[in-house]
Design a protein around this ligand. Structure first.
Ligand code: IVH
Length: 681
């Protein structure tokens, strides 16, 4: 008996500690122990309960997942209806909302500018109401039609951030908290990766993933989904609430329920606008999707005065960000020819506004992708644009497909030069075989040659290059160095002054580095990192051009057979050797160095040798400078974070990569760490 008494005490202590850590983690965002230590506590409690079932309480932290799936979703009548929000799509509509407020208050307000609002993100998930009786979670329901929702208690209990028992002892005997169930972007990426691994269908976006996960009958499945909850209001309540929305939410937070870390009080329309703009700037960097900002009159007495329509309260408004997804029609699918001849299918769309800009084209990457998504001319498709990312087709609305559409086929001839299109068995990319005979490839090769990380010819932009190729003034890169002032000054939108400026820039670009020159040649598989490694290892161009594949691989760390083969193939072609000779004859030059001793003959002691680094966030210098510094320290710089990454170099506003690095246990470096390494060298 005595022993059981001890166990009860230990279980109570563990329960209290686990709850406290949950609160620190999910509500305060400041965990004080590691995940492993936390898991160990839960395991201990679970073991204890397994041995003594009488210790198990319904609100024990181990009792989140039900043993049996639910049979159906039972309807739940909301005691206080869950109404929706009115939207303001632009600043005029926000102003109209403010005007209506002042009119409705009809002089009750002395100074409209000082009217306080709460401001918080409009999360993109689904609304739920969670009911606590005497501090214990008893029911959770979806919004449904506003008056009747569905019972999802079994699944909401599995959301780690939702307390099964409220903290403290000053909570009302009845409290319904209302908020959004959502999935973080990193959680979404993780769940989709798992689904893809198992060959199952992925979710289109975090919102669908949250809805799909909450609408599972089996809570064991819901428990595997990384769902989160954020409270933004309340329903039935057995006490009088605080005087203000803000203070009431703070109290609810004190009872252990997460609220938005972005929640703020702002004054007047100017305060609302400033908050909206500032959050809009950070929208992409957040780890969750938001589609706007919700403003609510802060004083509950004024809320009561204003009341609600059957649809929405008159004291709140959702100021929406421009939509990042929209529907439109595919008018054509063209094939663009790139620098290396690769044919890229591009969907020509009926122009549509997405994320504040008009989108008329979307890349489809390659033919496999076109077939996987089964996009056809005439289809209605949904387009997504996130931040600066190139618009992409999320999917086809099959119900709206017109009759008699045909699957897209690869053209047999290059749409630009008519040469045969070749596609090797098992390779995704199809290419035009015309090489530099193809004007499209010539244009792209020249754009690459003049680009910032290559010869960096300032002022020789894409449009100009297209004109120069179309006029046949430039057939190969060296021709750029023979352009005359007279020629340039004739071009459209080019005055005598700009022609002089361009000629100066062309002249300046002649003095370059071997790394830039190698990169500028546009050899397949040779990016700027590989070009830099080749330049340092070989020291001179003639040595590189004479090397066979085995020598290249032996000399340069990180260069494998694919790159080596492309290099050898490139330099073996007479027209490439000629083009290089012409460039040198035109005066393109760089300083050559001694070749590095073979890798096997020396021990490279640079601090980041063999380490893979990914860069994220805003740093004090440009990405190119930082990258060069990392390369000089021996690192390999890649863009995608995986378990193979050794370090994440994180600047300000690091975004989702930071969270992913934490999940993968990838060590984080700051710019200061990097500088310290450099100084220690
Ligand atoms: S307040 C009486 N605040 O938006 C006011 N809603 O369009 C009820 N939502 O059903 C809602 N973030 O699912 C409120 N900070 C927020 C919100 C929010 C997301 C959702 C919620 C609601 C829908 C209305």
């Amino acid at each position: 008996m005595n022993k059981l008494h001890d166990f009860i005490e230990i279980a109570a202590e563990l329960t209290a500690a686990i709850r406290a850590h949950n609160h620190r983690y999910y509500v305060l965002n400041e965990p004080s122990i590691s995940d492993a230590e936390y898991d160990e506590m839960v395991r201990k409690l679970r073991d204890l309960e397994a041995a003594h079932s009488e210790l198990i309480t319904a609100d024990s932290p181990t009792q989140r997942v039900g043993a049996q799936p639910a049979v159906e979703f039972i309807p739940v009548q909301h005691q206080v209806p869950m109404i929706s929000l009115d939207n303001a799509m632009n600043d005029d509509e926000l102003m109209a909302f403010m005007r209506k407020l002042t009119d409705a208050l009809n002089g009750e307000l002395v100074n409209n500018e000082l009217l306080l609002f709460t401001a918080e993100p409009k999360l993109d998930g689904l609304a739920v109401s969670i009911r606590y009786e005497n501090g214990v979670l008893v029911q959770a329901a979806t919004r449904g039609d506003g008056s009747t929702g569905e019972d999802v208690t079994h699944n909401v209990r599995t959301i780690a951030g939702v307390p099964l028992r409220l903290r403290g002892d000053d909570w009302p005997s009845l409290l319904e908290v209302r908020g959004e169930v959502y999935m973080t972007r990193s959680g979404f990426a993780q769940i989709n990766a798992q689904l893809a691994d198992r060959g199952q269908k992925c979710f289109a976006n975090p919102r669908n993933a949250a809805v799909g996960s909450l609408r599972q009958l089996d809570s064991r499945l819901a428990a595997t989904r990384p769902l989160a909850f954020c409270c933004y209001g309340w329903g039935a309540l057995s006490i009088a609430p605080d005087a203000s929305q803000f203070n009431m939410l703070q109290r609810i937070c004190g009872w252990g329920v997460p609220i938005s870390p972005e929640l703020q009080q702002v004054a007047g329309i100017d305060g609302c606008r400033a908050y909206f703009d500032a959050l809009g700037e950070r929208r992409e960097a957040l780890n969750y999707d938001i589609d706007g900002v919700v403003f609510k009159v802060d004083a509950l007495a004024i809320q009561a005065l204003l009341g609600a329509t059957s649809h929405h309260p008159r004291w709140a408004i959702a100021r929406k960000f421009p939509a990042q997804e929209a529907l439109t029609i595919v008018e054509a699918i063209d094939f663009q020819v790139g620098r290396t001849g690769a044919l890229t299918p591009v969907a020509r769309l009926k122009p549509v506004a997405v994320g504040g800009v008009i989108v008329a084209n979307a890349t489809l990457h390659n033919l496999d992708e076109v077939h996987r998504k089964d996009v056809r001319v005439g289809d209605t498709v949904s387009i997504r644009r996130a931040g600066d990312v190139i618009p992409e087709i999320v999917g086809v609305i099959l119900e709206q497909r017109p009759a008699e559409t045909l699957p897209v086929e690869l053209p047999r001839q290059c749409p630009v030069c008519g040469s045969d299109v070749v596609r090797t068995e098992g390779v995704v990319v199809a290419r035009c075989s015309g090489e530099l005979y193809c004007p499209a490839q010539r244009k792209e090769a020249l754009k690459h040659f003049a680009s910032r990380r290559a010869l960096d010819i300032v002022g020789l932009g894409d449009k100009l290059i297209e004109q120069l190729v179309d006029l046949n003034w430039v057939r190969e890169p060296a021709d750029v160095f023979h352009l005359t002032h007279e020629q340039l000054a004739q071009l459209e939108r080019m005055g005598a002054q700009s022609a002089t400026k361009l000629l100066l820039a062309i002249e300046k670009s002649k003095t370059t580095t071997l790394a830039r020159f190698i990169f500028a040649l546009g050899i397949r598989e040779v990016g700027d990192t590989t070009a830099a490694a080749l330049a340092t290892s070989f020291g001179g161009l003639a040595r590189l051009m004479a090397a066979d594949a085995a020598t290249v691989m032996k000399r340069v760390d990180g260069v494998g057979p694919v790159v080596a083969e492309q290099l050898v193939k490139f330099f073996a072609q007479p027209h490439h050797r000629e083009a290089i000779a012409h460039l040198q004859a035109a005066g393109v030059q760089w300083t050559e160095t001694e070749p590095l001793p073979l890798v096997s003959e020396t021990v490279d002691t640079r601090p980041l040798v063999g380490k893979t680094v990914v860069i994220t966030g805003t740093l004090s210098r440009s990405r190119d400078e930082i990258k060069a510094q990392l390369l000089a320290l021996g690192a390999k710089v890649t863009s995608s974070l995986s378990c193979k990454t050794d370090y994440l170099l994180a600047g300000d506003a690091p975004g989702s990569k930071w969270n992913k690095a934490q999940e993968l246990g990838v060590q984080i470096l700051t710019e200061a760490d990097l500088n310290a390494m450099q100084n220690a060298e």
